[in-house]
Design a protein around this ligand. Structure first.
Ligand SMILES: NC(=O)c1ccc[n+]([C@@H]2O[C@H](COP(=O)([O-])OP(=O)(O)OC[C@H]3O[C@@H](n4cnc5c(N)ncnc54)[C@H](OP(=O)(O)O)[C@@H]3O)[C@@H](O)[C@H]2O)c1
Length: 284
């Protein structure tokens, strides 16, 4: 049986957690909207994730709406003591499913209450301030961070993480508070965020790349990944996850899937060690 700890571990939220997490965004229906195509499979994915040792689960109230959180609560309560649920505030959805920035004090607070209620928690282990285009919302990063700090002082949030932030925003936040995690887009075919990843590595901040498989057009189609995958008898998706894990000791991929079989493959990728020859090909 694969074990998430085969990927190594990292200190996150005062716990030693495996460097392989799970993202719940693929559990709701198409377009991250409505009920899952296969509810029993969705619940099985979550239970299997915990069984395989995964201790970091990324979610948001606006995945569904509430669908990912409801499934997590149904599958996993009472939560294992060492499970780190990571939610995010800053986005919302219109009735047609489209996404928009929801960064005002009232919107961040309403999202937090919704997470607490649906997940059945008094306090959320890690909450990302998910930055969205500030010009759309008219809210400054400093003001949104201010609300997060208040929520933390009120005990509703245990630790603040950041998502979709620039290096400047990360520095701004670090000047005001501890930053538990950073979650930006990064993957084999999309490495623009390298400066933020490097800053996280220097500060020992776990980095949870979103779209770890599909970033930049996706892993499965890349010919170099296919060659490395062939050498090891694994899939290109597994090679992409192994590449991410080799990229930085603070890297904690959170691949999303709606299928137990893919989840098991993703966890198994944690045991794959790429050779110097593999890395030369992939980074050449
Ligand atoms: N902070 C943010 O703003 C933000 C933004 C986006 C996402 N996220 C988080 O990051 C997580 C990861 O991103 P993501 O789920 O969008 O994308 P991803 O993990 O890069 O890719 C998920 C896609 O890959 C497929 N897949 C998963 N495992 C596979 C495997 N072993 N072989 C082949 N295909 C596989 C999934 O389909 P199947 O369902 O068929 O397996 C799904 O279509 C999300 O779930 C979410 O929690 C955060």
């Amino acid at each position: 049986m694969p074990d998430a700890f085969d990927a190594g571990s990292v200190r996150l939220a005062d716990r030693d957690v495996p460097r392989l997490g799970y993202g719940a965004m693929r559990l709701p229906g198409p377009g991250v909207w409505g009920p899952p195509a296969d509810r029993a499979e969705a619940l099985a994915v979550l239970r299997r994730a915990v069984e395989l040792g995964i201790r970091v689960i990324d979610t948001a109230w606006y995945y569904g709406l509430d669908v990912a959180n409801e499934l997590i609560a149904e599958a996993l309560r009472p939560y294992p003591e060492d499970l780190v649920l990571v939610t995010k505030l800053g986005g919302a959805r219109r009735d047609d499913g489209s996404w928009y920035a929801a960064l005002s004090d009232a919107e961040l607070r309403a999202g937090c209450e919704r997470d607490l209620r649906v997940l059945g928690l008094d306090s959320i282990p890690v909450v990302h301030l998910r930055w969205m285009d500030g010009t759309e919302s008219g809210v400054s990063f400093a003001d949104a961070l201010g609300t997060m700090l208040e929520l933390k002082a009120e005990g509703k949030i245990q630790r603040i993480g950041l998502s979709n932030v620039t290096l400047d925003q990360l520095e701004q936040a670090l000047a005001a508070t501890d930053v538990a995690t950073v979650s930006n887009q990064y993957g084999f075919a999309q490495r623009d965020d390298q400066p933020v990843l490097d800053r996280c590595a220097a500060a020992g901040i776990p980095y949870l790349p979103f779209f770890p498989l599909v970033a930049g057009g996706g892993a499965p189609g890349d010919e170099r990944l296919a060659r490395v995958a062939d050498r090891h008898g694994v899939t290109p998706a597994q090679a992409a996850l192994a590449w991410l894990l080799a990229r930085s000791p603070v890297m904690v991929p959170i691949p999303g899937t709606s299928r137990v079989a893919h989840l098991e493959e993703n966890v198994a990728a944690g045991a794959l060690r790429l050779t110097d020859e593999d890395l030369a090909l992939l980074d050449g």
